[in-house]
Design a protein around this ligand. Sequence first.
Ligand code: ZN
Length: 509
Amino acid sequence: MTMTDKLQATYDKLCNHAREVALLTSTQSLLGWDERTKLPPAGGDYRAQQMSYLAGVIHKKQTAPEVGEWLAELADSSLAADPHSEAGADIVNLRRDYDRKTKLPQALVEEIAKLSVLGQQLWVEARKANDFPRFRPLLERMVELKRQEAAAIGYDKEPYDALLDEYEPGAKTADVACALAGLREQLVPLVAEIAASERRPKLSVLKRGFPIDLQEKFGRHATESIGFDFKSGRLDVTDHPFCGGAGPHDVRLTTRYDEDFLPGALFSTLHEAGHGIYEQGLPADRYGLPTGEAVSLGIHESQSRMWENFVGRSWPFWEHFYPQAQATFRDALGTVPLDDFYFAINDVRPSLIRTESDEVTYNLHILIRFELELALVNDQLQVADLPAAWNAKYREYLGIESPTDSDGVLQDVHWSGGAIGYFPTYSLGNLYAAQLFEAAARNLGDLNALFRRGEFLSLRDWLRKHIHTQGRRYPAAELAHRVTGVPLSHDALLRHLRGKFGPLYGLAI
Ligand code: ZN
């Protein structure tokens, strides 16, 4: 056997192993989907046992010593020489994932897992009772454990880098902080200008009877039109919409219907379809390998936000779909002019709850969480002072304050489950979406004209070529830079927001 043959054989073993792990994780994902959509309540206990057993099997396989030996053998080899080649990208990313999994002491992993389960239960109770002090000791311990996690994983500049890296591989806190600070400087005055505008949409046009069967039919039609493939996917109902999957040709979307409010289900379906289109666009023959995986949560979110907001809430999208919506929901929309409908689905106003907020204020909700969790990790803020710091930032950025902690610092599940470093990926999604949308328009010409004709597949195929099929060949920031020609910045998103909401609210631009 020549040296090259031997390396190739080792790489093949590594790939087979990764594909076996994917057989297990995709099964876990299917059990998770079933748990959230179909599982009868009494089946919950046994499902928890199945999930935790499977998680243990997966962890053991992922951290098997032979994987470390194969990776060591391949590290400086010719196969890994070009980190952007298929084999090179697989090796670099499998190395990274293996290191993250094996650097953490078992005791720490177990304590975080246990505390997360406990944390989510306690969070539900504390939120219901509006009782932050009850949640406080647990969060203090969680922050401490996440600091230990960062120390075990290692970092160049700050501990938050190591936590952010879990969700946005390769991203640096300093770069994210810089882009988000730039966004904040211009967004805070923009939100204030909009809040002061005399123009207000008539929201009543969206709060009428929209029969659920018709909503489902319309949502499926819109989802199919933007390029989600129902031969390789499904749409079901859950309390909290999400996109999951159980294999390369099996992508599951969920949504939630409200008979008296159209946008809830419609835009969440388009959002999840954006995630699903990304999953369907990954190279199926690389399933289970890094070159067949989504690159980061930020890029994932850029896809969902683009279809939900940049396309789904745009004027030309509704020039195409509104006559169909009027025909479908004749009683509710038959006499409502498109202008009124369009303004209503683009209502902007400072509000307390992140998940219900609009395209403009959403990023301020994220900024607040990012700045606070960064300060917690850096020991510049104590958990005891968190509610006051939360309220101060809401006053400063959005001009409002929550009367309760339930609708304030206790509103999100993330921190209770140890997801610290996750929030910024939502805003990264918006920043990348804006940059990619501009790049697509440069390449494809007048996107508005395409949408007006109901032509959405050119955009989907452009994203497929430049983003989806790339898998994890390049780190997220590098991939976006290559495609858009510019580094991460807030400029494109602000151009989009000013260009869209300036005219709607009669602002001087
Ligand atoms: Zn999303």
